[in-house]
Design a protein around this ligand. Structure first.
Ligand SMILES: Cc1cc2nc3c(=O)[nH]c(=O)nc-3n(C[C@H](O)[C@H](O)[C@H](O)COP(=O)(O)OP(=O)(O)OC[C@H]3O[C@@H](n4cnc5c(N)ncnc54)[C@H](O)[C@@H]3O)c2cc1C
Length: 530
């Protein structure tokens, strides 16, 4: 098949890729998407209970006033079908669908130095030659399949929460093994427990789970948002990305134990799960303050879960609260009081293999009709490193990142000109509200592309020095935060053998945005343009 030309190739039709298509509609754009529909995260993660944990009035696009006025969210925290419906509405309303080549993942990118053009090769054999590539490939989009042997021998069905089938899965009458107790596990298990005969949950590390308080969206709340949308969107960009949180100015040490208890109780029942992390000014920076909040949640768990042994297993003790992204559940801890639910600690007796009948831990074999893996993602870097990317002089991104990802401002990599990432390594990612921060990054990227066109530049590349300076900034912020004390997908420790340091920028979205803007204002500092 011959090649074709475009100005820009966008990889991914999740919320970031969709907006990038709209923002860059005056260019010839081709978008490749691995799935057969739009929505990214909300296309793939259709497991029972999948739901956003930031209020939908907030977790939505702000680029178009008419869109945000006309759209109605049925609940405070939308479920996957509503988020997928919204992504489809946006694709149709703004005429984006025609530019997307569905079920057609990009497999190879090669940069031609003589012409400063990228050659993009897809699975279906498309070959597009373009000036710029925007990788909107997602930071939680490459599912992690644990390397246990025997997968093919299991005679029942195996599911991964991030590759859930479109048709209804019914676990009625079945013995189900469920592996993983992160966000997806916490959302899916209470629903599966109601269907299945037996549900056996395998836990490596317990998560902190807050009650979501989800309910139908009331009209006055919607009206309030719709009347104040401009101001609210501004607030989001000036906070950690989540505007509904009250960011306390008082240290946990400044309160009496009674006052602390009152504040935490209020936070537990507040509109945002994240309120617990900001109930005092020092929860994420002071270990003792953090311990007080941990202790509060442990007491909640012990009060809800009847069996003391199960309750202790569910209490996270090996990392600070907030060290991993907080989870929100609907009846998660309560589920463990059901007769048909069992919790197995695989930290003390790890899973060693899948068998014909189920799976075996170092302790015993368990028999199941179906196994569900909620084993997370090769986060932040996985979607990029699964593409064969050859930059200048034939150097590959896989080789460049073999000891961990390096970027300038989370957006570009030295040696890989004209290749931009949205939510790339060392951006705030899940430390912000990702539709809004994705929109912001797309605008920043599009401004650069438009500026390059105006000034007749054909190439932009980050410098190695700038990458090193950005790594120092990222490390300096991480070192002040208790986030560094947890093994999580933030630092790749959820995947055995994955190298690299902290992959998320925790200096706050406002500072991130300010540094990105400053780099451009200072005549593209950290970049070389030709
Ligand atoms: C279960 C779950 C719950 C979440 N909940 C929240 C939340 O409550 N709040 C929040 O802010 N964030 C949440 N997130 C993070 C979520 O990923 C972002 O909010 C947002 O959806 C990211 O959009 P995106 O377009 O950047 O990436 P994605 O939605 O991940 O989309 C990336 C797209 O790129 C495609 N792609 C990847 N590689 C290729 C390739 N080689 N070729 C072609 N296509 C490719 C993928 O198929 C995918 O469609 C959640 C994530 C998960 C997994």
């Amino acid at each position: 098949m011959g090649s074709e030309n475009a100005d820009i190739v966008i990889i991914g039709a999740g919320f970031s890729g969709l907006y990038a298509m709209h923002r860059l509609r005056n260019y010839k754009v081709v978008c490749f998407e691995a799935g057969d529909g739009v929505g990214g995260t909300w296309y793939w993660n259709r497991y029972p209970g999948a739901r956003v944990d930031i209020e939908s009035m907030e977790y939505s696009y702000g680029f178009d006033e008419a869109l945000q006025q006309e759209w109605n969210w049925p609940e405070y925290f939308s479920a996957q079908p509503d988020l997928e419906r919204y992504a489809n509405h946006v694709a149709d309303r703004f005429g984006l669908r025609e530019q997307v080549r569905f079920s057609n993942p990009v497999r190879r990118l090669a940069f031609d130095e003589a012409s400063n053009l990228w050659h993009v090769h897809s699975e279906q054999g498309d070959h597009v030659v373009c000036r710029h590539v925007i990788a909107a490939t997602g930071s939680l989009s490459a599912p992690n399949l644990p390397p246990w042997p025997g997968r093919e021998t299991f005679t029942g069905e195996i599911y991964h929460t991030a590759r859930w089938p479109k048709e209804n899965v019914d676990f009625s009458g079945q013995r189900v093994g469920f592996i993983g107790t992160g966000s997806s596990g916490i959302q899916a298990t209470p629903i599966i427990a109601e269907q299945a005969d037996q549900l056996c949950i395998f836990q490596r590390t317990p998560a902190f789970c807050m009650p979501s308080g989800n309910r139908p969206l009331d009209e006055s709340h919607e009206h309030d948002w719709k009347t104040n949308y401009a101001e609210r969107r501004e607030q989001m960009l000036n906070s950690y990305g989540v505007s509904l949180v009250d960011y306390s100015r008082f240290s946990a040490h400044d309160c009496t134990p009674e006052e602390r208890e009152q504040i935490l109780e209020k936070a537990w029942h507040s509109r945002s799960a994240f309120q617990l992390l900001f109930a005092f000014s020092d929860v994420m920076t002071d270990k003792q303050a953090n311990d007080m909040v941990c202790d509060f949640v442990h007491r909640k768990i012990r009060a809800i879960v009847h069996d003391p042994e199960t309750a202790e297993l569910l209490c996270p003790t090996s990392y600070p609260i907030g060290g991993k992204r907080l989870c929100m559940g609907n009846g998660y801890y309560e589920m463990y009081n059901r007769e048909n639910v069992e919790l197995v600690d695989v930290r003390s007796s790890p899973i060693v293999e899948l068998t014909a009948k189920g799976l075996r831990t170092t302790d015993q074999e368990y028999e199941f009709d179906a196994i569900v893996m909620a084993t997370g993602f090769d986060a932040v870097t996985g979607a990029m490193t699964r593409i064969d990317i050859q930059g200048r002089a034939g150097n590959t991104l896989l080789e460049k990142w073999k000891n961990g990802p390096t970027t300038h401002l989370g957006s570009m990599v030295a040696g890989f000109p004209n290749l931009f990432m949205i939510h790339g390594p060392a951006t705030p990612g899940a430390q912000a509200q990702m539709i809004t921060s994705g929109e912001w990054q797309v605008n920043w990227t599009a401004d650069i592309i438009e500026d390059m066109q105006r000034k007749a530049f054909s190439r932009i590349e980050a410098t190695v020095d700038a990458e090193q300076a950005w790594a120092q900034e990222v490390d300096a912020c991480a070192s002040q935060s208790l986030l560094r004390l947890a093994d999580s997908w933030y630092n790749g420790k959820n995947i055995e053998g994955k190298k690299g340091g902290f992959m998320v920028y925790v200096g706050g979205f406002p500072r991130f945005a300010q540094l990105c803007e400053q780099a451009i204002e200072e005549d593209y500092s950290g970049f070389v343009l030709e």
